[in-house]
Ligand binder design. Structure first.
Ligand SMILES: [Ca+2]
Ligand SMILES: [Ca+2]
Ligand SMILES: [Ca+2]
Length: 283
């Protein structure tokens, strides 16, 4: 087992919560879900309490998970690059995802679950179960992680739970100064890269200091299809680069408190196959 695989598989565990087909009633029909406990978007610090299984993963030091939320639907980028999707219902959440991880040499499938406290600021009973299948064949391994989490960006359950759908309106949003204006936050932007040089910029304005979560969900890669996107955030008044998210994959997240001002997000097609679509959340 490579050290990378051990690190990657272990890092996946934290965010997944109780996917348990039985534990949450087994329904993935959003219309049947109870109301979510509240707004939980932001950054969560994951602390593992135990790791077991056949993958040989160590107990990792704490790491972050960024969460975006649209009603009962939640998405997470864990430890900078592992993407999970799921739901939250009355505080109970479940997430799952399959990540093609060329870096680790494996396809990792993970389920996670847990309970968000009434404060919306902590998670108890976190569990992650995962399977890592080597890309080049051979035996898979499995593992299980138990974790707790505390919220380090965002606080309390208040906040807008619905993301407004926005479409990329023109491919000519190629620079910070020609960014497509996104006027309603939270927003869920549907865009695409029309070529490998189609830079896409989206601008937004804050009237007060705000904890902001920006999450990019891009196309899945495979052994024959490279899909690599990166994300950057600029102050659109000064042009200063504020933050980047640049892992080896197409799912990225930036989350931090921003002062009142104008900002621009760059969705960069680092290396793509075809003209893939992506989703960018700003909330
Ligand atoms: Ca463009
Ligand atoms: Ca575009
Ligand atoms: Ca990337």
């Amino acid at each position: 087992m490579s050290r990378n695989l051990a690190r990657k598989t272990s890092s996946i565990l934290p965010i997944l919560v109780a996917m348990s087909m039985g534990g949450c009633g087994g329904s993935d029909d959003a219309a049947s879900l109870s109301a979510p406990i509240g707004a939980i978007a932001g950054v969560w610090q994951i602390t593992e309490s135990s790791v077991t299984g056949t993958c040989g993963d160590p107990l990792n030091p704490p790491y972050n998970a960024v969460i975006a939320q649209n009603g009962n639907t939640i998405n997470a980028v864990v430890d900078g690059d592992t993407f999970l999707a799921g739901t939250i219902s009355a505080g109970a959440f479940s997430l799952s995802g399959t990540n093609f991880d060329l870096f680790a040499g494996a396809t990792v499938t993970a389920n996670a679950s847990g309970t968000v406290a009434a404060s919306c600021n902590s998670i108890t009973g976190g569990t992650i179960n995962y399977t890592a299948a080597p890309l080049l064949g051979g035996a898979s391994c499995t593992g299980a992680v138990v974790f707790t989490a505390t919220r380090t960006l965002g606080s309390g359950c208040a906040g807008t739970l619905t993301q407004t759908a926005v479409a990329e309106t023109s491919a000519a949003n190629n620079t910070r100064l020609t960014a497509q204006a996104v006027t309603t936050i939270p927003a869920r932007i549907s865009g695409a890269h029309s070529s490998g040089t189609d830079d896409d910029f989206y601008g937004f304005t804050l009237s007060a200091s705000t904890p902001v979560t920006i999450m990019l969900t891009g196309p899945a890669a495979s052994l024959t299809s490279i899909q690599e996107l990166d994300l950057a955030l600029y102050d659109n008044t000064t042009g200063a680069l504020i933050a980047t998210s640049a892992n080896l994959f197409s799912n990225e997240a930036i989350a931090q408190t921003l002062l009142a001002g104008s900002y621009a997000v760059w969705v960069e097609p680092v290396s793509i196959t075809g003209t893939p679509a992506y989703t960018l959340v700003i909330q």
